[in-house]
Design a protein around this ligand. Structure first.
Ligand SMILES: NC(=O)c1ccc[n+]([C@@H]2O[C@H](COP(=O)([O-])OP(=O)(O)OC[C@H]3O[C@@H](n4cnc5c(N)ncnc54)[C@H](O)[C@@H]3O)[C@@H](O)[C@H]2O)c1
Length: 336
């Protein structure tokens, strides 16, 4: 497809970052218009601003719709775009529940267009290295993994948007909003999850419905075991960390950097520096959104498969919503 035309829906924190990425890729795509319920936010990002996707689609000819609205609105906006025959890039997580994600999957199947869910850390060089090592068998049989996000979010973060910290629109707290990236990497490394058990708590924030701490365990189809830990109540905020262990090697990614890799065929690499947690300031986001866009552009050209599909992200949503059900019932939850 020669220079696909993109439209962006949602011009908040992450919408601004997508605007930046579209600018970096101006030789491959045209961002033609932006929609936001708050028209002034859309106008700040584009000369062609609309108050809704509906209005935008009435006036603009676009190929790809990028969905950057609050999570609980992803389905409505993505499905409207798919019914109009558009390709879709939707921010993480795809939706707040597995059932709502399945509605997007059904709309995509009917439309026959491409959809990717942003999971930008899958494109980090550190992740690529670890997943390739696992694929080659360099870590041997994968036996366990740990996904841990020890972040801090002040009360002002949750107060900054009505949707933040609500079940309906955020879909969950530390595990769903912040932890989903690292859960997704755990799933990428350990394979299909089959059972989860977890506890959650709301310990350091007020006026939120969801958890600010979650701790759990996951069993995978291969027999390997995973630990989940996600917190927005870990002052002053440390890192997002993935550990993967096998019977012939181990790998550790800390704040997107490969800090340890020892395999049957590689030397030990030890990182010496550790940076502070990446906050939601778009200026601090890594380059990986751009890399995921490149994969999507290649897929539009028929040169590569879409690497993070709705079905891929659905597995992480199933783990997280399963963890919530487990915390509510006090029982392990089998994942379908
Ligand atoms: N990939 C990442 O690292 C990353 C980082 C931050 C946020 N996100 C995700 O991006 C999404 C948005 O988060 P945010 O922090 O940018 O939120 P935000 O509140 O800063 O921005 C959301 C924007 O969407 C607009 N909006 C809401 N409903 C709309 C609709 N129906 N049509 C048009 N505009 C609408 C709001 O007016 C607001 O400007 C969430 O799903 C979040 O999980 C991903």
């Amino acid at each position: 497809m020669t220079k696909p035309k993109f439209a962006l829906v949602g011009a908040g924190v992450i919408g601004k970052h997508h605007r930046l990425v579209a600018g970096q890729l101006a030789d491959r795509l045209d961002l033609v218009a932006v929609a936001d319920l708050d028209l002034s936010r859309a106008a700040a990002l584009s000369g062609r601003a609309y108050p809704s996707l509906t209005e935008l689609l009435r006036k603009e000819d676009v190929d790809v719709v990028v969905v950057c609205v609050p999570t609980g609105h992803h389905g409505a906006v993505a499905i409207e775009a798919l019914r109009a025959g558009k390709h879709v890039i939707v921010e993480k997580p795809a939706e707040t529940t597995v059932a709502r994600t399945d509605e997007i999957i059904a709309a995509q199947r009917a439309a026959g267009t491409l959809v990717t869910v942003i999971s930008q850390h899958r494109f980090d060089p550190s992740t690529e290295t670890v997943l390739a090592a696992i694929e080659r068998g360099d870590l041997g049989r994968i036996t366990s993994g740990i996904a841990s996000v020890d972040w801090w979010r002040g009360q002002s973060y949750y107060d900054s948007g009505d949707w933040r910290g609500t079940w309906e629109l955020d879909g969950g707290g530390a595990l769903m909003n912040q932890g989903v990236h690292t859960v997704d990497l755990l799933v990428a490394a350990l394979g299909r999850p089959v059972e989860v058990f977890a506890w959650t708590g709301t310990l350091a924030h007020e006026r939120i419905e969801v958890e600010d701490v979650a701790a759990g365990v996951v069993r995978f189809a291969s027999g390997s075991l995973g630990v989940l830990h996600a917190s927005t109540a870990a002052s002053p905020g440390l890192s997002a960390r993935l550990q993967v262990h096998g019977d012939r090697g181990s790998a550790v990614i800390d704040n997107d950097q490969l800090v340890f890799l020892e395999t049957s065929s590689e030397e030990r690499l030890m990182g010496t520096t550790r940076s502070r947690s990446v906050a939601s300031d778009p200026a601090q986001l890594s380059d990986s959104h751009r890399l995921q866009y490149l994969n999507f552009l290649d897929a539009l050209d028929g040169k590569a498969p879409v690497r993070v599909t709705l079905e891929t992200n659905r597995q992480s949503i199933a783990v997280i919503t399963g963890a919530y059900e487990s915390a509510r019932t006090g029982k392990p939850v089998t994942l379908s």
